[in-house]
Each structure stands twice: as C-alpha cells, then as structure tokens.
Design a protein around this ligand. Sequence first.
Ligand SMILES: Nc1ncnc2c1ncn2[C@@H]1O[C@H](COP(=O)(O)OP(=O)(O)OP(=O)(O)O)[C@@H](O)[C@H]1O
Ligand SMILES: Nc1ncnc2c1ncn2[C@@H]1O[C@H](COP(=O)(O)OP(=O)(O)OP(=O)(O)O)[C@@H](O)[C@H]1O
Ligand SMILES: [Mg+2]
Ligand SMILES: [Mg+2]
Lengths: 255, 255
Amino acid sequence: MGRVIAVANQKGGVGKTTTTVNLGAFLARNGRSVLVVDIDPQGNATSGFGVAKGELEKSAYHVLIDDLPIKEAIVPTPVQGLQLLPATIDLAGAEIELVVALSRETKLKRSLSPVVGEHDYILIDCPPSLGLLTINALTAADSVLVPIQCEFYALEGVTQLMNTVNIVRNSLNPGLQIEGVLLTMFDGRTNLAIQVVDEVKKHFRGKVFRSIVPRNVRLSEAPSHGVPVVLYDPRSRGAEAYSELAKEVIEHEQG
Amino acid sequence: MGRVIAVANQKGGVGKTTTTVNLGAFLARNGRSVLVVDIDPQGNATSGFGVAKGELEKSAYHVLIDDLPIKEAIVPTPVQGLQLLPATIDLAGAEIELVVALSRETKLKRSLSPVVGEHDYILIDCPPSLGLLTINALTAADSVLVPIQCEFYALEGVTQLMNTVNIVRNSLNPGLQIEGVLLTMFDGRTNLAIQVVDEVKKHFRGKVFRSIVPRNVRLSEAPSHGVPVVLYDPRSRGAEAYSELAKEVIEHEQG
Ligand SMILES: Nc1ncnc2c1ncn2[C@@H]1O[C@H](COP(=O)(O)OP(=O)(O)OP(=O)(O)O)[C@@H](O)[C@H]1O
Ligand SMILES: Nc1ncnc2c1ncn2[C@@H]1O[C@H](COP(=O)(O)OP(=O)(O)OP(=O)(O)O)[C@@H](O)[C@H]1O
Ligand SMILES: [Mg+2]
Ligand SMILES: [Mg+2]
C-alpha cells in the first residue's frame, strides 16, 4: 500500500521541488515504485524531470477539475520506476475553480485512490502557499515532509504551517503525520545557518532528518538538464545528501 | 505624488522581501519618504524591519478586510523616513475572504488612496503566488518590479507573471508599467548564473536594471537583527547593490 507524502512549506524557495524530485529519484533507485504529483502551477517538478509542458494535453488540472482518470495523465520520466503527474500553467486557475467545487478539499485524495495501491511512494510537490492546492495535498497525504531552508526568514512561517497541518488533521485527515523536517541549503561557513539548525532541532525534537542538504550548485544545475541530480552528478554532495534521505525515509517503512 | 511599486514574482524565494526592505531603506537614505506595504501573510518584510508581529493590534488584514483607515495601522521603522503597513498571520485568511467581497481587486488601491500623496514611494511586498493579494497589489501599483533569481527554475514562471501583468493592465489597471527586472542572488562562479543573466537580458531587452544583486550572506543575516542591510553592514556587496538600485529607481523619476 503506497505511502502518500506531501512536500510542503508556504515559504518560497526552500527546496520543496528539489526535495520531491531528488528524494523520488533515490527512492526509485532503491527499487521502490514512485509517483511524483506536481500540483504547483509553476510546474517546476515537471521540468525537473525534463517533461515538456507545452506538449502535454492532459495534466493535473484536468485530473483535479475535469475529473479525468489519473492514469490518463501520468507520464514516464528518465528515472526507471518513477512516473509523474505533470502540472501546466492551467493549474493556476484551479485554486479559484476549486473554491466553489463540492468537497473541494478531497478532490486530490479521490483522484489518487485508483493508483495508491500501485506505487510504494506518492510524493506531492506543493506550491508556496497554504491555499486549496496545498490543503488538497495535506488531505490526501499520510504524512508531510517539511523542507526548511537554513535562513532567518524561513523560520518565521513554520508555526503557520504547523497550525495548518493541525487544522487539516482535525477536520479533514485525522491520520496526517509528520514524516520529518529536512534542513536544506545548509552553508556551514555562516553562523546564521548553524543557529537555524539548532533552533529547528530544538523546536522539532526528534522529527528532524539526520541528513542535512548542503548548498550545492549541482542541485540547481541538474534541472536545466531535465534530470534529477542522481543522473546528472551522482557523486556530488547534493546527491549524497538526498541518497541518505531516501535511506532514512525507507527506514520509516518499518514504522 | 507617490509612485506605487509592487514587488512581485510568484516563484518563491527569489528576493522579493529582501528587495522591498533594502530598496526602501536606500530610497529613504536618499531623502525620499517611503511606505512599505507588507501583504505577504508570512510577514517577512514586517520582521525585516524588526517590528514584533505578536504585539500588533492592527495590520494589513484589518485595512483590507475590515476597512480600517490605513493611517491607524501604519508603524514607524528603524529607518528614518520609512514607515510600514505590517502584515500578520491573519492575512492568510484574507485571500478566501476577498473572493466574495465586492470589487475585491481594488480593495488595496482604495485603502492606499488616503496616503498616496504623502509618500514619494510606496513599495508593496507580495506573497509567492498570483492570487487575489498579488492582484490587489498589481491593481494598486503604477509599476511592477520583478526580482528574478539567477537559477533555472526561476526562469520558468516569468511568462506566467507577465501574462498576469497583461491581464491586470487590460482589465483593472491600464497604466501598469514595468519598473524593471532585477537579477538577484548572482554567483559569478557558476555558469548557470551567467546563462540566466544572458537569457533574462535577451527576453526583457531594455527593462533589466544595471544593478545585479550578488549572493551575499550579509543580506540574509540583516533580518535576524531586525534591520535592513544599510543599518547592519552598509559596506557589504549586498548593500552596495541595493544602493545602486535605489539610484536607478530615482533616475526613473524624471520619467
Ligand atoms: N541544496 C541546494 N543547493 C543549491 N541550490 C539549491 C538547493 N536546493 C534547491 N536549490 C535551488 O534553489 C532554488 C529554490 O529551490 P526549489 O525551487 O526547489 O524551492 P521550492 O521550495 O520548490 O520553491 P517554490 O516555493 O517556488 O516552489 C532552485 O533554483 C533550486 O535549484
Ligand atoms: N542576494 C542575496 N544573497 C544572499 N541571500 C539572499 C539574497 N537575497 C535574499 N536572500 C535570502 O534568501 C532567502 C529568500 O529571499 P526572500 O525571502 O527575500 O525572497 P522572497 O521572494 O521574498 O521569498 P517568498 O517567495 O517566500 O516571499 C531569504 O532567506 C533571504 O534572506
Ligand atoms: Mg517548488
Ligand atoms: Mg517574501
């Protein structure tokens, strides 16, 4: 039975997409079957796998708004064992269209139900907001993975995110757990980064992944080649960190 | 008559808040009267000026949703000549509440009208989305300043942003101009950054600011001290870049 993990944080640019794409790729490298769901209208996870958005006729928008069966929109990726539900610019209109839809918060959960049993992991890449698209992801998910950038501003939004997770748990998805908090873009040369790491570990006692993702230019170069870092530069420090993270996530499988 | 500039880009973490706070501070240093309007529910611009959000009774939420006169919510900052309309977490609910409000796109424009004549510049820090808060900012603005991070993913969303600017210009704000495109977090050691700069200059011929903001840790440290970089480390490369930017924006005054 597949585990559905939402990768969410309303703070922008903290590494949600980079985490979804690269964690997904390393889970697949470990023999797991993975589906990545891109529900960010920017479609960065879609291009992170080299999928040309302009040529797609079906995408997450049609699944969420037109009730298109999800299997008709899923596409392969360059990573063996990893498939993708792509996002296109149409999705930008979805938030407003969802506002008036019946049972609008559970649309994604219902769309995913035909494929949940076919994948070991379903990773959902969320946009930088706490609107209806992210709420849909939190409602569909078994757990939420929270990337936190090692920067001052990134600490501010965490309370708001946890409040939202609690609201969703109380009203829409009682089983929603925290998969873990991932520290990203760590630059050991700055005091600020070290202070943020201490702060986060204190605040999320026991929920912080051991793996810390360093700032590593190979992670930001890989998407321009349309592949995850495991296919671009597998020996880079960024690749190693996400490989370690995948091992930790797999450790959680035993519960 | 004050110039209203919206700082917007739905891509997350590209430097919207850092630009609003530091451009505002240097415009004030040049003797201009500045009002910064924070309409991002994360309230990063508010803490970037050291304003304690927890102690605020009035904020952008009350101005936008309860029609509180804006002068009752404006607070001073550590920068002489620069005032702030702060944001608190309440604002997160505003997007949904605005959906059903009458003339919902012009709420901010109407709220600002009492103070437009009192400031030389009003800078609006937008959240990382193209929802009703950002639409309100684009409708209230004379021009939009677009920070673009020198990264691959940051290029993807620009077309979507320009589409939105055109839609707002055609239906809500015929006078909306582009103040300029600002390249941020430039790291000259990576090829990727150089490629992105070339790409952006080609795409926005003539609209790209000469100043390019380098990646500089002093910019990310300053907010943890609750002050803009001009008060934290005025001789840093980050401070110099925003000082140059302020001079370019002032050059536009002569139109
Ligand atoms: N560890 C890292 N080292 C260097 N660059 C990174 C790292 N992680 C992410 N990046 C780069 O930083 C930028 C922001 O990361 P990413 O787009 O994954 O964040 P996000 O949270 O998904 O952003 P958004 O809020 O817009 O969805 C991207 O250009 C990405 O390539
Ligand atoms: N030139 C720079 N050099 C180094 N760090 C920077 C620079 N500009 C911004 N930062 C840091 O990068 C992070 C993202 O910047 P910022 O928060 O200003 O972006 P934003 O676009 O406002 O994000 P959001 O989309 O969440 O509103 C912050 O932690 C900030 O301190
Ligand atoms: Mg993303
Ligand atoms: Mg911001």
